[in-house]
Design a protein around this ligand. Structure first.
Ligand SMILES: [Zn+2]
Length: 410
């Protein structure tokens, strides 16, 4: 049965209701940045890595097989009995709520999570954030990003890349409400239900290892299949040009089902897709591609009223990122049909996951895999000698042990 959470809280906090209401009436809707701004006291649950599970204007259900404690910042709290499901809607939250369960994961809608959950009402939208230890987070990332039956060395390479990416975001976004979201815009995280023994082993055996460039954690991008060669980040994202994200020959990903692909689309469908951004296009006369390192960096569409110039990535997103699986493609027009053929799946920057699998199958270690795809980097365990990177080491060690600082400062 679902019970509105406000009823529980008001039962506990009645004497303070006026102040809660007054605070609500007189304060502006907080921004993400304000909520965890410089020097502001932040609950212990917010240490570790903080993952945005979802944003919704609807409600979420929260439950656990064990007793749940729901707290407000001021220390007011209420226990929810084990097995009881509560519905939490954004309009019922005046202050952030923190949810802990004793010995069981917390279920949010249909998925269960380690660690704690916090709920925030940001301008009428409910933000659901999971805080947990970095490696426990990786237990739910590695199997979501790579099949658990792949070779252990590939899984270990994935674990180190995912740990490094998370760390980069923790350090970069430490004053935001959360560090990463749970989707492909960061890295996919699905909680405890997808965990696999092989992936946990990969996370545990790589402990606190991260990829460093000049003693800083790298932005360790990865993708499904490069199709033969990875690409410089600068040809995919404008303004990006990192020294360790350079094109490398792969040659290990030919077993991928997306190594080669084809897609046919008629010119009317293309026009309709392009009209979302270029409403002036009435007919598509010609499409020409400019390539760098084998990938389309620029697309020019000649149409009835002139030219439309866009990046290859924008073209891919407008037509269909599911159908045009990478920027390594060619276009041939046959009558009213456009045949698009390409290779690889994903942006093509950094580690090729199918390539990591191929390298592991040929006997390469996770270190050899990572050093192949990320140039001039070192793989180091942060728990070891900390003299060369004390700041990072301290924060990673704290994160791994669940105590990422007592205050959040710049
Ligand atoms: Zn590859």
């Amino acid at each position: 049965m679902s019970v509105p959470i406000c009823r529980y809280l008001y039962a506990v906090i009645t004497p303070a209701c006026f102040f809660v209401a007054a605070g609500f009436l007189f304060s502006c809707a907080p921004s993400e940045r304000v909520l965890s701004g410089r020097g502001q006291k932040v609950f212990a649950q917010d240490r570790n890595v903080r993952i945005l599970l979802l944003k919704t204007k609807e409600g979420v259900s929260i439950s656990s097989r064990d007793k749940i404690k729901v707290s407000e910042e001021e220390g007011r709290y209420k226990f929810i009995p084990s097995g009881k499901k509560v519905m939490i809607r954004p309009e019922l939250i005046r202050r952030p709520l923190y949810v802990e369960s004793w010995n069981e994961p917390i279920q949010v809608n249909n998925s269960r999570y380690r660690g704690t959950i916090s709920l925030h009402n940001i301008a009428g939208t409910l933000y659901v954030i999971n805080s947990l230890k970095l490696n426990e987070y990786l237990y739910g990332v590695v199997p979501a990003e790579m099949p658990g039956d792949w070779p252990l060395e590939a899984l270990k390479a994935q674990a180190v890349a995912a740990r490094t990416y998370a760390l980069y975001r923790i350090l970069k976004q430490k004053n935001m409400l959360f560090d990463l979201d749970a989707t492909t815009s960061a890295q996919v995280y699905k909680g405890i239900d997808v965990e696999k023994a092989s992936c946990k082993k990969a996370v545990d055996e790589t402990g606190s290892m991260v990829i460093l460039f000049q003693n800083e954690p790298i932005v360790s991008f990865f993708h499904s299949t490069c199709g033969g060669k990875t690409v410089d980040d600068r040809f995919v994202w404008q303004g990006s040009d990192l020294p360790y994200l350079k094109s490398v020959h792969c040659g290990f990903c030919s077993a991928s089902p997306n190594y080669l692909w084809e897609y046919s689309i008629n010119v009317f469908e293309i026009k309709r897709a392009l009209n979302r951004r270029y409403p002036e296009i009435r007919t598509v006369d010609m499409i020409s591609l400019k390539k760098n390192q084998g990938r389309v960096s620029n697309v020019v569409v000649r149409h009835s009223h002139g030219m439309a110039n866009m990046s290859g990535n924008d073209f891919r997103l407008l037509i269909s990122p599911e159908k045009i699986k990478s920027l390594a493609f060619d276009v041939k027009k046959r009558g009213r049909t456009l045949n698009i053929s390409g290779h690889g799946w994903g942006h093509g920057v950094g580690m090729c996951q199918w390539g990591a699998r191929g390298m592991a199958e040929s006997g390469k270690s996770f270190r050899e895999i990572l050093i192949h795809y990320y140039r001039n980097v070192s793989i180091k365990s942060i728990d070891g000698d900390t003299r060369h990177f004390p700041t990072i080491a301290r924060r990673v060690a704290d994160s791994l042990h669940g105590r990422l600082g007592t205050e959040i400062h710049d």
